[in-house]
Design a binder for this molecule. Structure first.
Ligand SMILES: Nc1ncnc2c1ncn2[C@@H]1O[C@H](COP(=O)(O)OP(=O)(O)O)[C@@H](O)[C@H]1O
Ligand SMILES: [Mg+2]
Length: 505
C-alpha cells in the first residue's frame, strides 16, 4: 500500500516506508525504533512527512525541541525532557515527534506517566505520534502495551556491494570502477560479514577494513568480524574468541574429532551438498575436568570460524527478569555472526528443571528449543553439561542435537597424551619423561587433575631450584586424591545413564 515511492537513491526500502506509514496512520501514538543508525531512521521520517503532510519535530537533550528541516528551536527550556513532553501534549498540530536517545529518562516515573497519558488523550483529530529512537531501549511495563516497535530493514546484499565498491574506490583514490585488489571473492566474503548490519555501521567497518591502496586482506576481514560482534553484543552477554583452542591440544576423544572432521566441509559450504543438512550441534556431557569445555572450543578451531560464548549462568543471574530477552537477542546475534560456533558451557546451570524461579528457566528452555528447531543459519551449537540429573529431558531427546557425546575419564593412553601435552605447553621436553609410567600411576585422574599435577610439580621444582624431574611428578601423584575416588558413585551413575543415550567421545 505504497502511495509514494521514495527516491531511488535514498537508500529507503519502499516496503519499509509503507509499513511505517501504515503504522503512523493507524493512530499508533507511541512508536519505538531501536537502531544504531539514527540518520537512516530520520531519513525515513522526512520521507514520510512528505507523504502525510504532518509537521515533524525532533528532541535531543542538547537542543531541546526543534523543527526538522528548519533548524529552528522552539524554546531552549524544552531541553528538559519533562517540559518537552508537557509542551508536546499541549500542541494540537498532529505532529510527529522524534525523541532521540530518550531512553535514560524512561526510569523516571513522571516521564513514564506523561508518555502514557499522551497515548491516551485526544486520539481524534489532533492525534500526535511520539517516536523514541535509541540504540537500545527497554520500555517499562506501563508503556510496553501501548507502544509499537518498528524495525528498520537492513540493507540487502546489493546495497552492501555498492557501498563496498564506493568505499574501495574512495580509499584508493581511483576513478576506476573497482580496484583490482578487491577481487569478487573478497567482496562476497565482506558482504557476508557485513550482512545484518545497518548501512551506516557496515560502511564504518568496511572503511576501517579496506586499506589505502584499496586492498582488503584476511586481517581486515577478521577486524570486520570483531567490529560486527561488538555492535551486535552491546550488553556483553556473549563472548567472542577468534584464535580459539585447537584439537592438537586435546588428548583422546577420537570419535568426536573424526565426527567433527567429517562435518567441517559441509558446515563451511555456503550451500550444503544435496541430501546433507549442515551440522547443527552437539552436546558433550561427562565427568568434570575431562576436557568438555576445551573440546567445545576446539570445534570452532577445527571449523575455522569464530567462537561465541554464551554464559548461561550469567544470563540467568545477572539479567534477572530479562534473561529471556537477552537469550533471544544473543541467539539472534549469533545468527548474524554465522558461520560460527555458539558455545554454551554447563548448559544445565541455566536450565535446571526446578520450578523455583517463577518459570524463567522453563521459558528459557522453550526459547532455546524453538531456536534450535527453527534456525536456518550456520550456527553450530556446542553445549556441555556436567550434571545430567538437572538436565531437562526435552533437551536430550533424540533429534535435538546431531549427537550426544560422553566424555569419560581418560584411559591410560589418553593420560599419557595429556601429560605430554601439558609438559610441552610448559616448556618441558615431554620425550624426556616416562609418560607411559606416569599414566599407569594416575588411574582415575581427570585431564584437569593431570594438568594440575604438572603445574604443582613445576612449583616444587622451582622452589628447590631444580629442573623438573619424574620424582617431582610422582610426589604430586602420591599427594593427590582424584575426584573420581571421592565421586565414584555419581560417576558410575553418569556412565550408566550415558551408556544408552550417548556415544563415547
Ligand atoms: N583431554 C584433555 N586433553 C588435554 N587437556 C585436558 C583434557 N581434559 C582436560 N584437560 C585440561 O584440563 C582443563 C580443564 O578441562 P575442561 O575442558 O574445563 O573440562 P570440563 O569442561 O570437562 O570440566 C583444560 O583446559 C585442559 O587444560
Ligand atoms: Mg567445563
Amino acid at each position: 500500500m505504497s502511495d509514494f515511492t521514495p527516491p531511488a537513491d535514498s537508500g529507503i526500502h519502499p516496503a519499509e516506508l509503507s509499513e511505517l506509514s501504515a503504522m503512523v496512520r493507524s493512530g499508533s501514538s507511541l512508536i519505538v525504533i531501536e537502531t544504531h543508525d539514527e540518520p537512516q531512521a530520520l531519513k525515513l521520517f522526512v520521507e514520510l512527512r512528505r507523504q502525510l503532510h504532518r509537521p515533524l519535530f525532533q528532541w535531543t537533550a542538547t537542543r531541546g525541541l526543534s523543527w526538522i528541516e528548519r533548524e529552528q528551536v522552539l524554546s531552549s527550556e524544552f531541553e528538559d525532557p519533562g517540559k518537552a513532553l508537557a509542551h508536546i501534549v499541549q500542541r494540537r498540530d498532529q505532529g510527529i515527534y522524534l525523541l532521540k536517545d530518550f531512553h535514560p529518562y524512561l526510569k523516571d516515573p513522571v516521564i513514564i506517566r506523561r508518555l502514557r497519558e499522551m497515548t491516551r488523550i485526544d486520539q481524534g483529530l489532533h492525534a500526535r505520534t511520539v517516536v523514541l529512537i535509541s540504540p537500545q531501549l527497554t520500555l517499562p511495563p506501563e508503556l510496553e502495551k501501548v507502544a509499537r516497535r518498528f524495525v528498520l530493514k537492513t540493507p540487502g546484499r546489493e546495497a552492501l556491494r555498492a557501498m563496498i565498491r564506493e568505499e574501495a574506490v574512495r580509499r584508493a583514490g581511483l576513478r576506476a570502477p573497482m580496484p583490482d585488489a578487491l577481487c569478487e571473492q573478497t567482496v562476497e566474503r565482506l558482504v557476508n560479514n557485513l550482512d545484518g548490519l545497518t548501512l551506516k555501521d557496515a560502511r564504518r567497518l568496511a572503511r576501517n577494513a579496506i586499506q589505502d591502496d584499496g586492498v582488503l586482506d584476511e586481517h581486515g576481514l577478521v577486524e570486520v568480524m570483531r567490529g560486527k560482534f561488538e555492535l551486535l553484543n552491546p550488553d556483553g552477554v556473549l563472548g567472542f574468541e577468534l584464535e580459539t583452542a585447537r584439537f592438537s591440544q586435546v588428548a583422546g576423544m577420537p570419535n568426536l574429532k573424526r565426527w567433527l572432521e567429517l562435518r567441517a566441509s559441509v558446515f563451511n559450504a555456503a550451500e550444503p551438498p544435496p541430501g546433507l543438512d549442515p551440522p547443527k550441534g552437539m552436546l558433550l556431557l561427562g565427568v568434570q575436568g575431562c576436557g568438555k569445555s576445551l573440546a567445545a572450543r576446539a570445534a570452532a578451531g577445527l571449523f575455522g570460524v569464530p567462537l561465541l560464548h554464551l554464559d548461561f549462568g550469567a544470563l540467568f543471574n545477572r539479567y534477572h527478569g530479562e534473561s529471556e530477552r537477552n537469550l533471544r537477542e544473543s541467539l539472534a546475534a549469533a545468527e548474524l555472526m554465522a558461520p560460527c560456533v555458539l558455545w554454551i558451557d554447563e548448559i544445565e546451570k541455566g536450565l535446571s528443571s526446578s520450578d523455583s524461579d517463577g518459570g524463567t528457566s522453563r521459558r528459557m528452555l522453550g526459547t532455546l528449543l524453538t531456536w534450535m528447531a527453527e534456525r536456518k543459519s550456520r550456527v553450530f551449537l556446542a553445549a556441555t553439561a556436567n550434571d545430567i540429573t538437572s538436565l531437562p529431558p526435552e533437551l536430550v531427546r533424540k533429534g535435538r542435537f546431531d549427537e550426544i557425546f560422553f566424555v569419560d575419564l581418560p584411559d591410560e593412553a589418553t593420560r599419557a597424551e595429556v601429560m605430554g601435552i601439558h609438559l610441552s605447553r610448559r616448556g618441558q621436553k615431554a620425550e624426556l619423561f616416562p609418560v607411559e609410567a606416569l599414566a599407569q600411576a594416575t588411574e582415575g585422574f581427570s585431564g584437569a587433575e593431570l594438568e594440575h599435577l604438572v603445574v604443582s610439580a613445576l612449583y616444587v621444582a622451582h622452589a628447590e631450584g631444580q629442573r623438573l624431574t619424574v620424582d617431582h611428578l610422582l610426589g604430586e601423584i602420591d599427594a593427590t586424591r582424584p575426584l573420581s575416588v571421592v565421586m565414584a558413585e555419581p560417576i558410575d551413575q553418569l556412565r550408566q545413564w550415558a551408556s544408552t543415550r550417548s556415544v563415547p567421545a
